[in-house]
Design a protein around this ligand. Structure first.
Ligand SMILES: Nc1ncnc2c1ncn2[C@@H]1O[C@H](COP(=O)(O)OP(=O)(O)OP(=O)(O)O)[C@@H](O)[C@H]1O
Ligand SMILES: O=P(O)(O)OC[C@H]1O[C@H](OP(=O)(O)OP(=O)(O)O)[C@H](O)[C@@H]1O
Length: 302
């Protein structure tokens, strides 16, 4: 790709593979950022916006954005902290996926039950900096110095194998369902941090001319995220029951209430958090609502 082709375009970094990739593709489609990525190329231009997409390892995205080499990016909150880029990037939006926790883990049969007992021993991780800081604080609290300090060793992957290979007394790694951890015979003894995917931009504005497209993309992505979190509930209810049911479905601003041909009845429509929709339906039935319908949202601006 010629530098000339990228001139004037906002550069938007997307994880090139791994856990965040598929969800990012869905987000880009929802935000109507169209592109064709030629086989194996890591940079491609959007067809309908002055944007170029840059496909990078998730862990490299914080420093690319923080240093202003790309303007916008999607990556994990965890790797921003690991890269020490929290003061150089602004987290515009939490994206609601890529949720997991960075946890300290030890073999289930180990006599080590607390991080204080693990301190001073060998810890293997891909999150070297966060682990150094975490155990650095514990070492300092326990007065461990020099050779007595926790020994943190970096590995690029398959961290959970380190204990069974005899390389470590404990590990620091990401846990979502806990399946990987349990399969390796490990259990968590503490949480270093909770993380999820975030949309980030450079804190220092290098290209002021990109602000309006950054704002547009941020609003579009926020709309897609909100749409995935909400459903629309519609139902009919007697006017006498309206006060109770609108308390159950207050909507984001206010419910929409329409008259029906039957004078006693009205129709109500309101946005409801998806995870609460079954409970809301139960409560509506109890309050006398009928013909309750739930609709998924493709997209929205709220
Ligand atoms: N099990 C998980 N569940 C949810 N989110 C995760 C999980 N594992 C990682 N993540 C998030 O995704 C980010 C990228 O992790 P991932 O393991 O996909 O990276 P990768 O090393 O680039 O990909 P790969 O594992 O294919 O080499 C992490 O920094 C974290 O924010
Ligand atoms: O709690 P779980 O749901 O099992 O998820 C945790 C696993 O997911 C991540 O790795 P991933 O599978 O992305 O592969 P990687 O080891 O190649 O990074 C992470 O490093 C853990 O190993």
């Amino acid at each position: 790709m010629h530098a000339e082709t990228l001139k004037g375009r906002l550069l938007f970094a997307i994880p090139k593979k791994g856990r965040l990739y598929e969800k990012c593709m869905t987000l880009l489609a929802g935000a109507d950022i169209q592109f064709r990525r030629p086989n194996r190329l890591d940079v491609c231009v959007a067809l309908n916006h002055p944007i170029a997409l840059v496909f990078l390892p998730a862990a490299d995205i914080p420093s690319f954005v923080g240093k202003g080499n790309v303007d916008l990016g999607i990556t994990g909150h965890d790797v921003i902290l690991e890269a020490g880029m929290e003061n150089y990037v602004t987290e515009e939006l939490r994206l609601g996926f890529g949720k997991c926790a960075l946890q300290v883990q030890v073999p289930e049969e180990s006599s080590i039950k607390t991080v204080e007992q693990l301190a001073g021993k060998r810890v293997v991780t891909s999150f070297e900096n966060l682990s150094e800081k975490y155990f650095g604080d514990i070492d300092a609290r326990l007065g461990f110095q020099g050779e007595g300090k926790t020994k943190i060793e970096y590995v690029g992957g398959s961290v959970e194998a380190a204990c069974s290979l005899g390389l470590a007394d404990g590990i620091v790694d990401l846990v979502e369902s806990g399946e990987t951890m349990r399969a390796a015979g490990l259990h968590a003894i503490s949480t270093v941090l909770e993380t999820e995917a975030v949309l980030i931009r450079s804190t220092t504005i290098k290209h002021p001319e990109h602000q309006s497209i950054i704002n547009l993309i941020t609003k579009r992505i926020a709309g897609v995220i909100a749409a995935s979190k909400y459903v629309v509930i519609e139902y009919n209810v007697r006017r006498s029951g309206l006060e109770v049911t609108t308390r159950i479905t207050p909507g984001r601003r206010a419910p929409t209430i329409s008259a029906l041909e039957e004078p006693d009845w009205c129709a109500v429509s309101a946005m409801v958090e998806k995870k609460k929709s079954a409970q809301v339906m139960d409560e509506l039935v109890k309050a006398g609502a009928e013909d309750i319908l739930v609709f998924n949202l493709d997209n929205c601006r709220v």
